[in-house]
Design a protein around this ligand. Structure first.
Ligand SMILES: Cc1cc2nc3c(=O)[nH]c(=O)nc-3n(C[C@H](O)[C@H](O)[C@H](O)COP(=O)(O)OP(=O)(O)OC[C@H]3O[C@@H](n4cnc5c(N)ncnc54)[C@H](O)[C@@H]3O)c2cc1C
Length: 365
């Protein structure tokens, strides 16, 4: 068993860490101010800071690290995971700057794996260049969408076109006017075997019949990050048959392929965020004096710090094991490991963030 990162990973980690220190962290507050001042609050691609930093990341060869194969950096999951973690320390800014933000990452993977040369030229290339953004429209209010076989949006063949009718919600990024392309999942063959009924089609945002109904609120907040989450209607939306991804009936398999790596990315970014929390916690606990001594000298706080350290290391090992399993045995074989990190990471990171919030008192909120 080898626990050390390989030389390529070490080199990229050093480069990325330096970029975070010199460019990302110092720009965070400016970026938030720019977002707050936007005329269209969803159009966060128009932030000058984001634009400037994307250029710098491109010059340094730090973009699209998430994407395996010839279209991307060609890293394995195990090589990319520690880089996603570093980006996750600044979750609003760094993934967007590095063109490694959800949901575009998953969409680019789909296009890279299953797109035709025409689809790649029209949609993947501008996505890789960071010129446009995209959304993945699967979930529906009317059906339990954790079981993707339930998806009921109709995609019907009509001559050289597909006609789409349906309603989606929680579609991340779709409020952003620069999300120019939606990957829409629906049913082309309702009578086929359960896992062969679904297909995915590419629907340009400006197609007649596509309606962005409203933004969803997340625990009462407008979630600006990555262009919000939208409710969408598709009303007699007509796209060329060439917009199908792979073939009719392949939609379920594509959805499975898309979600595996995405979970690793989410978990590693969350672990990065969790790493930052104890740093802030420690600084605050050293600086704040209550009842005659620094908070950092209180046993409870010291216990939180120690537990946070141990929990983060546990999570990272579990997530890296899942990444390794995906690389060596494939996404399907790694299914249980992927489920495990999905259970462990949000709950544990939430615990760690809560302790950092508590240590900051009311300021933590
Ligand atoms: C912030 C956010 C962003 C999102 N972004 C996107 C996006 O970009 N695109 C997109 O298509 N969707 C997106 N979603 C939707 C998300 O993928 C779905 O909410 C999720 O798949 C669950 O589907 P559902 O809401 O229909 O819940 P349901 O399927 O109705 O499930 C309800 C509950 O039942 C549980 N459950 C299901 N099966 C079982 C079982 N066998 N045993 C026990 N419990 C079970 C589920 O875990 C869930 O807790 C997003 C959601 C959120 C909150």
């Amino acid at each position: 068993m080898e626990f050390a990162y390989d030389s390529r990973t070490v080199e990229l980690r050093d480069k990325l860490s330096e970029f975070m220190d010199s460019h990302i962290y110092p720009a965070e507050a400016v970026f938030e101010r720019e977002l707050a001042g936007l005329d269209n609050r969803w159009a966060w691609d128009s932030s000058p800071t984001l634009h400037r930093l994307r250029g710098e990341a491109r010059r340094r060869g730090l973009r699209n690290l998430f994407l395996p194969g010839e279209n991307g950096a060609g890293l394995t999951n195990l090589q990319y995971a520690p880089l996603a973690e570093i980006a996750g320390r600044s979750p609003h800014l760094a993934p967007a700057v590095l063109n490694c933000a959800a949901p575009d990452t998953g969409n680019m993977e789909v296009l890279s794996l299953f797109g035709t040369p025409e689809q790649k030229a029209r949609w993947l290339q501008p996505l890789l260049a960071g010129e446009i953004r995209s959304s993945f429209a699967m979930t529906e209010p009317e059906v339990a969408s954790s079981d993707a076989t339930n998806i009921s949006t109709s995609i019907q063949r009509d001559g050289d076109d597909f006609v789409i009718n349906g309603r989606k919600w929680w579609i991340t990024g779709a409020m952003n006017p620069n999300a120019k392309i939606f990957i829409v999942m629906g049913k082309t063959e309702p009578d086929a075997e359960r896992h062969r009924q679904q297909s995915m089609v590419l629907v340009p945002r400006d197609t007649p019949g596509v309606r962005v109904e409203r933004a969803m609120h997340l625990l009462g907040y407008d979630d600006h990050e990555h262009g919000g989450h939208a409710e969408l209607f598709f009303d007699e939306v007509r796209v060329p048959a060439a917009n199908i991804i792979s073939a009719e009936g392949d939609g379920f398999a594509i959805a499975q392929a898309r979600l595996g790596p995405g979970r690793i990315h989410h978990c590693m970014r969350s672990i990065g965020l969790a790493e930052r929390a104890p740093q802030l916690l420690c600084a605050r606990a050293d600086a704040r004096v209550a009842f005659g001594k620094a908070l950092s000298e209180q046993g409870v706080i010291r216990n939180w710090i120690a537990e946070s350290r141990v929990k983060i290391d546990q999570l990272r090992l579990l997530t890296l094991k899942a990444a390794w399993n995906m690389d060596v045995n494939g996404n399907k074989a790694a299914h249980s490991d992927i489920q495990a990190i999905k259970i462990a990471t949000p709950a544990t990171v939430q615990w760690i963030l809560d302790k950092a919030i508590q240590t900051h008192g009311a300021g933590g909120l």
